[in-house]
Design a protein around this ligand. Structure first.
Ligand SMILES: Nc1nc2c(ncn2[C@@H]2O[C@H](COP(=O)(O)OP(=O)(O)OP(=O)(O)O)[C@@H](O)[C@H]2O)c(=O)[nH]1
Ligand SMILES: [Ca+2]
Length: 865
C-alpha cells in the first residue's frame, strides 16, 4: 500500500471509493464509459444532480393555510392532520405549481377530506390552547409551522427571527469568559424555554411554574403539572392521555414519542408503573396506526393489509401515516413521488397497482412498471446495467433482473459490494447482505415485546470533516476504538504495512532534508572561508558540518532516496524492512539526522515521525503488531481512500435510563450511527460532490485550535493562514444546501497544543482574531487558553449564525486522549436529541416539558465546553 501515491492522488472521491471496493488493479466500473460515471458528472458545472426541493412560494400572497400545506408538501411529516378548505382560486394556484406533491395535497384536501377531518377533530384541544410558536428562520416557507385548521386550534405561523438585543444575540457576543460560558450553559434550551413559557401553565390547576415540567396528553396536548398529572390522567390504560381522551387516537405528531418516558412521569410513578404505562402506550389498540392512514399505491389500506405490512418479515420501520408506493416484485418501498426509501418484504398483497409515476421519475427507464428516478439510474449505470431510454426492466426481490419480454435473467444488481455501497451513499435502499447496514440483531429483537416497527430507529449519519491536519482521522480512529468494531486481521496487516512504509517515508524525508541542509551549511562555510581568504586546505577541512554523515550511511541514503524518487517504495518494503531495521535505527540516532529533525517544520515532517522512528527496530520486525497508540498516531489509516466510515451505537445512559434498567424488555433500542469521514482534499474544488451526503443527521466540523499561527496552501494555491483556510471551508459547508437542515457541531481540537502555544504566540497573529484582548487577571496559561478558546468559539458561532440564523454547537477536544473524544460524542448525541426535540417543538407538539427536555436542560453537555 502506498501512502505516498494516495497522498498524491487528487482523485474524485468516487474513484477512490470504488478503487477500495474493487479488487486491486481492476478497472473502475466506468473507466471506459466515463460519460456516465458519477465521477465525471460531479466534476464540471453545472451539477446535473437534482436536489429535492419545493418550489418557492410567496408567503405574502398565500394564506397561513398555504404554509401548512407547503410543509406537508415538503415531506416533513405526512402525518399532519390538516384540512384546508381551499378556495377555487387557490386550487388553481396550486395546480399550476410543478411540484407534484403539492398537487397531491390538493387532492388530499378534497378527496380524502372526511377522514382527515376526523383526525383533526379528534385532536382538538379541550383547553383551547392556541399558542404555537416556531423558532424557524425567517422566510423559510418550507419550515413553516403546521397547526390545526379545525377545532379550536388556530394556525399560527410565526417566525422567531432573533432581533438585535435579543438575548440570543447577547449570549453569543463575546464579553467575558464567564458570560459566554453561562450563555453556552443555557445552550439550546434557552430557545426551548422561551417558546414553552405558555405551556408551563397547568391545564388543570392553572398554576404556572417555570421550573417544573409538564406532561402532555397524547391526544389533546393538555399539559399537567406533577400534582395534577395523576388526577387528570388516571391509571393511563392507553398511556399519557387525559381520562376524557381515552379511546381517542393520538395526535400523529406525537407518534415518535410513544413509549418514551419523561422525567416528570418517572417522578410521579414507580418504575414498575412507568413500565406498564409505556408498554400500554405503545401496544394498546387505540394508539396503533389505523389502516386508512396508510395509502399505498393510491389506495388506503384495509385492516388485514395493514396487518400484512406490519407482520411481514421485513416491515417498513417507523411507519408514519402517509402516502407510499410499493413494488411488490422487488420489495422496494418509498414515499409517493420520491425515490425508493427501503426494501421491505416482497409479494405483499397491499394497496393498489404500482403507478408508473409512483416515484415521480423522469428517466424513461422503468423497473417493474415504475419510471425510476435519476439517482436510481445512476446506480444502475455504476452497476454496469445497460439501460438506454425506454428500457423496461423486471427486477426481482433477490436483485436479479431481466429486460421485459426477454425471459432471460441478465444479472443481479446487488451482486457487487460497490453497488450496495453506492446505494448506501445515495441513501437508496439495498437489500440485506449489505455489508454497511448491519443485520437485525435477532437476540435484541426477541427480547422486545413491542412491535418492532415502532421501535426501530434508522441509522443516523454523522459527517466528520475538517482541513488537513485538524485531527479528523484521529477522532475517527478514537471513535472506532470507543464504539466500533475491532480492526480485522486484514485491516491490522494493512495498518502494519502502512506504519512500516510511513517510517521509511519519514526517514527519506529526513535524509533529503539532511542533504539540503548540509549543502547549505557547507556553502555558507565556504563563502565565509573565501571571504576570509582562507587557504584551500582550511576550506577542505571545512567540508564537514553538523549535517554530515559517514560514507557508508551516504550510500544507503542515496539508495533509499533513489527508491523513493522512483516511487517504487512498495516494491522494496516491507519485504526489506527487517533487513534494514538496524540501519534505520542507526540513522535515526545519528547526530546529523537529529539535527535535521530539529528543523522538521521546514521539511513538513509530522511530529509523529519521531514516535515511529524511535521504535524502528520493533516496527520492522515480522512479529510487530501495532498497538492502539501506534494505530492512533499512524498516518493514512483512514486516509488512503478519501472516505472512511463506521457504524456504531452508544449505550445511552441518560438519567432516565435507570428506570429502564430494571427490566430489559423496556430497554430502548440503541441509537445507531454511522460516522463518515471525508478526506479534506474532497473539501476543495467548491465541495461539489458533497451533494451525495444529502441526508446527514449532523455535520461535525473539526478545526485545530493550534492552527491559528500556521500557514497553509492548497496545492499550488496561495499561502494563507490555516485557521482562515479552515474558516473558509466551514463557511462553504454551512452554505451548502445539502446541510441546510443538519445541525453543525464544531470540534475545536488540539486544545493541548493550543494551551502550550498561546503564551508564546498571541492569538491575534491570525487576522480574524485581531480583536482578542484577554483579561489578564491571572497570568497563567490556562486562563489565557480558556479565554482564547471562547473567543475562537464565539467567532465561529457568529459566523455560523450570520449565515444560517442558527446556533452553532462547539466543543473542545484533545483528540489524542480517548476520553476527550468520548465526551465529544456524548455532547454530539445530546445535540441530536435536542435537535429532535426542537423539531417537535416547532410543530407545537411536545413543548419543552415532556420527552427529554428536562434532561437536556440539566445535561452537562449542552454548553460550549
Ligand atoms: N497535540 C495534539 N495532536 C493532535 C490532536 N489531534 C490530532 N493530533 C495530531 O495531529 C496530526 C493530524 O491529525 P490527523 O488525525 O491526521 O488529522 P487530519 O489531517 O484531519 O486527518 P487526515 O486528513 O487523515 O490526515 C496527527 O499527528 C495527530 O496525532 C490533539 O488533540 N492534540
Ligand atoms: Ca493528517
Amino acid at each position: 500500500m502506498s501512502t505516498t501515491a494516495a497522498d498524491a492522488e487528487e482523485d474524485n472521491p468516487w474513484e477512490q471509493v470504488l478503487r477500495k471496493l474493487l479488487p486491486a488493479g481492476a478497472p473502475l466500473p466506468d473507466e471506459d464509459h466515463l460519460d456516465y460515471s458519477i465521477a465525471v458528472e460531479y466534476q464540471g458545472p453545472p451539477i446535473p444532480y437534482q436536489v429535492p426541493r419545493v418550489d418557492p412560494l410567496n408567503l405574502d400572497s398565500l394564506s397561513v393555510r398555504t404554509s401548512s400545506l407547503v410543509s406537508i408538501a415538503d415531506d416533513k411529516d405526512l402525518s399532519v392532520p390538516v384540512v384546508a378548505p381551499i378556495t377555487g382560486a387557490k386550487i388553481s394556484k396550486f395546480s399550476r405549481l410543478r411540484n407534484s406533491s403539492v398537487n397531491v395535497l390538493v387532492q388530499d384536501s378534497t378527496s380524502s377530506r372526511p377522514q382527515i377531518e376526523k383526525a383533526a377533530v379528534n385532536g382538538e384541544n379541550e383547553e383551547g390552547e392556541s399558542e404555537q410558536v416556531g423558532n424557524r428562520r425567517e422566510g423559510e416557507e418550507d419550515e413553516a409551522l403546521v397547526g390545526r385548521n379545525e377545532g379550536k386550534r388556530v394556525n399560527v405561523v410565526k417566525f422567531n427571527a432573533p432581533t438585535p438585543g435579543d438575548s440570543e444575540t447577547e449570549e453569543d457576543g463575546y464579553s467575558s469568559t464567564q458570560s459566554s460560558a453561562a450563555a453556552d450553559a443555557l445552550g439550546p434550551t434557552s430557545v426551548v424555554r422561551k417558546e414553552s413559557r405558555k405551556k408551563r401553565v397547568c391545564s388543570r390547576c392553572g398554576k404556572r411554574n417555570r421550573l417544573k415540567g409538564r406532561e402532555a396528553c397524547l391526544v389533546c396536548d393538555a399539559r399537567y403539572c406533577s400534582n395534577c398529572l395523576l388526577k387528570a390522567m388516571g391509571s393511563m390504560p392507553e398511556g399519557r392521555k387525559c381520562v376524557s381522551c381515552i379511546g381517542h387516537p393520538i395526535d400523529e405528531l406525537k407518534r415518535s414519542s410513544l413509549g418514551k418516558c419523561s422525567r416528570i412521569l418517572s417522578k410521579v410513578c414507580s418504575p414498575l408503573e412507568v413500565r406498564q404505562i409505556m408498554k400500554a402506550e405503545k401496544e394498546c389498540a387505540a394508539n396503533q396506526l389505523r389502516p386508512e392512514q396508510l395509502i399505498v399505491n393510491g389506495r388506503p389500506l384495509r385492516q388485514e393489509e395493514l396487518a400484512e405490512v406490519l407482520g411481514c418479515r421485513s416491515p417498513p420501520q417507523n411507519l408514519k401515516p402517509g402516502k407510499y408506493w410499493y413494488d411488490k416484485d422487488s420489495g422496494l418501498w418509498g414515499k409517493e413521488g420520491k425515490k425508493p426509501d427501503r426494501i421491505i418484504s416482497s409479494k405483499l398483497n397491499v394497496g393498489g397497482k404500482l403507478p408508473l409515476d409512483a416515484s415521480n421519475g423522469n428517466t424513461k427507464v422503468y423497473i417493474n412498471g415504475r419510471e425510476i428516478t435519476k439517482i436510481e439510474l445512476r446506480v444502475l449505470k455504476l452497476a454496469k446495467v445497460q439501460c438506454p431510454r425506454d428500457t423496461h426492466f423486471w427486477v426481482y426481490d433477490d436483485g436479479s433482473y431481466e429486460e421485459e419480454g426477454q425471459n432471460k435473467i441478465k444479472g443481479n444488481i446487488w451482486g457487487k459490494a460497490s453497488t450496495r455501497f453506492i446505494c448506501w451513499l445515495f441513501s437508496l435502499p439495498a437489500p440485506p447482505g449489505n455489508p454497511f447496514v448491519p443485520k437485525e440483531d435477532t437476540t435484541a429483537f426477541s427480547l422486545r415485546s413491542v412491535p418492532e416497527y415502532l421501535e426501530q430507529g434508522r441509522v443516523q449519519k454523522l459527517l466528520l470533516l475538517g482541513l488537513e491536519g485538524s485531527g479528523t482521522s484521529t477522532i475517527f480512529k478514537q471513535a472506532k476504538f470507543l464504539y466500533g468494531n475491532k480492526f480485522t486481521p486484514e485491516e491490522l496487516q494493512n495498518i502494519k504495512v502502512m506504519i512500516q512504509s510511513n517510517m521509511y517515508k519519514y526517514l527519506s524525508m529526513l535524509l533529503e532534508g539532511r542533504e539540503r541542509f548540509e549543502e547549505e551549511a557547507l556553502l555558507e562555510k565556504l563563502t565565509t572561508a573565501v571571504n576570509a581568504e582562507e587557504s584551500t586546505s582550511e576550506v577542505e577541512a571545512n567540508q564537514h558540518c553538523i549535517y554530515s554523515i559517514n560514507q557508508r550511511s551516504k550510500h544507503f541514503s542515496d539508495w533509499l532516496l533513489d527508491i523513493m524518487a522512483t516511487g517504487d517504495l512498495d516494491a522494496f518494503f516491507p519485504a526489506a524492512t527487517r533487513e534494514y531495521a538496524p540501519i534505520v535505527d542507526e540513522f535515526w540516532k545519528d547526530p546529523a539526522i537529529q539535527e535535521t529533525y530539529k528543523r522538521r517544520e521546514e521539511l513538513h515532517l509530522p511530529d509523529v515521525a519521531k514516535y515511529f522512528l524511535n521504535q524502528a527496530v520493533e516496527i520492522s520486525s515480522n512479529e510487530y503488531e501495532p498497538s492502539e497508540k501506534d494505530i492512533l498516531y499512524a498516518e493514512g489509516v483512514t486516509k488512503s481512500n478519501g472516505l472512511a466510515f463506521m457504524e456504531f451505537s452508544f449505550d445511552d445512559r441518560s438519567p432516565m435510563s435507570e428506570i429502564y434498567n430494571e427490566e430489559s424488555e423496556c430497554l430502548p433500542p440503541l441509537a445507531k450511527y454511522q460516522l463518515i469521514r471525508i478526506d479534506s482534499k474532497g473539501l476543495h474544488d467548491g465541495c461539489k460532490w458533497l451533494e451525495m451526503f444529502e441526508d446527514m443527521r449532523a455535520v461535525i466540523f473539526c478545526v485545530a485550535l493550534s492552527d491559528y499561527d500556521q500557514m497553509w496552501a492548497y496545492g499550488s494555491g496561495p499561502c494563507c493562514n490555516k485557521m482562515l483556510a479552515s474558516r473558509d471551508i466551514f463557511e462553504t459547508l454551512v452554505r451548502h444546501p445539502c446541510f441546510r437542515d443538519a445541525p453543525f457541531v464544531l470540534l475545536l481540537n488540539k486544545y493541548d497544543a493550543f494551551e502550550d502555544k498561546i503564551n508564546q504566540v498571541p492569538l491575534s497573529i491570525c487576522e480574524w482574531f485581531g480583536e482578542f484582548s484577554p483579561v489578564r487577571a491571572h497570568n497563567n496559561n490556562q486562563t489565557l487558553a480558556h479565554q482564547a478558546y471562547y473567543y475562537v468559539a464565539v467567532k465561529f458561532k457568529e459566523l455560523y449564525y450570520s449565515i444560517s440564523g442558527r446556533k452553532l454547537f462547539v466543543w473542545q477536544t484533545r483528540a489524542r486522549e480517548r476520553a476527550s473524544v468520548d465526551e465529544a460524542f456524548k455532547y454530539i448525541r445530546e445535540v441530536l436529541k435536542w435537535d429532535d426535540e426542537k423539531d417537535d417543538n416547532t410543530y407545537g407538539i411536545t413543548g419543552g416539558d415532556s420527552f427529554y427536555s428536562t434532561e437536556i436542560s440539566s445535561s452537562p453537555y449542552i454548553r460550549t465546553e
